[in-house]
Design a protein around this ligand. Structure first.
Ligand code: FSX
Length: 276
């Protein structure tokens, strides 16, 4: 439950008037800069489903273990208009860069702009390359940002690339971390929040960095195939395969990638732990 106390002494600096009270909450915190490239915004929708903490708690810095604020997010943020663009032009001191969506690189990256100032476009490609060296950590959210996803699929007209491919596979953030990949189309909200939580605890010296696998995915969330815990796995073992949706049996012949896809969705479940 989020409680907001009114504080009239807090001066608004680019935040909506009615949220003066929020300004004090977001000042001097570690900022999260969330940028969107080529994707469907499903990763953001997934973030909105986060529960412990929820996205409102993150927006309000109402998280006990650290002071953090989702400062910039094209879909959900307090800043707007010129103030938001100012933040893009002059990023904060301590920030974690989160990227959703693939990054188009063809034609100098012109196919995804994050702003146009004085007739000069800023491409996502250049912006991320410039910003990454100053970031405490870089987190690629979703399959598109992690590996290129659907935008990178043939014929890939924009030469879309993953964050790590743009920054270089040897990239290290200011904290010495590689690009942390959280694939999934979309990724589970717990994976996003859980990874972020670890990075924040690591910054405070209260936790070691998450162990990552060879694809730089947090092992804690990606250590098993979907198939290992699938409630239809018994059908697979028995060789009983569904030929059409709705039929009893394993869905392998209908395109299920459970045996080769990693994630803990089956145990963790989706939508408030209702759907497997
Ligand atoms: Fe990609 Fe995000 Fe799939 Fe969509 O934008 S991981 S298309 S669910 O949402 O990047």
């Amino acid at each position: 439950m989020v409680s907001i106390k009114s504080d009239s002494s807090v001066e608004s600096k680019g935040y909506p008037n009615e949220s003066n009270v929020l300004t004090s909450l977001v000042r001097d915190h570690i900022k999260l800069l969330w940028l969107q490239g080529q994707g469907c915004s499903g990763c953001t929708v997934s973030l909105l489903q986060a529960e412990f903490p929820g996205v409102v708690d993150i927006l309000l810095s109402n998280i006990p273990f650290n002071k953090v604020n989702l400062e910039y997010h094209p879909t959900i943020m307090f800043l707007w208009g010129e103030k938001a663009l100012e933040l893009i032009a002059k990023p904060p001191q301590n920030f974690i860069l989160i990227v959703e969506g693939a990054i188009p690189t063809r034609d100098g990256g012109i196919h995804c702009l994050i702003q146009i100032s004085n007739d000069r476009p800023t491409t996502l490609l250049d912006y991320i390359k410039n910003l990454a060296s100053k970031a405490l950590a870089v987190i690629a959210v979703g399959t598109c940002a992690s590996f290129g996803g659907i935008p990178k699929a043939s014929p890939n007209p924009t030469d879309a690339k993953s964050v790590a491919d743009v920054l270089g596979q040897d990239y290290k953030s200011k904290l010495g971390l590689p690009v942390i990949n959280i694939p999934g189309c979309p990724p589970h909200p717990d994976w996003i929040i859980g990874t972020l939580t670890n990075v924040l605890l690591f910054i405070e010296g209260k936790a070691p960095p998450l162990q990552l696998d060879k694809y730089n995915r947090p092992i804690i969330f990606f250590n098993k195939t979907i198939h290992e815990n699938c409630h239809r796995a018994g059908y697979f073992s028995e060789g009983e395969f569904a030929k059409k949706f709705g039929e009893k049996g394993c869905l392998f012949l209908l395109g299920c990638k459970g045996p080769v896809a990693y994630g803990d969705c089956v145990e963790r479940k989706w939508n408030g732990r209702v759907n497997a």
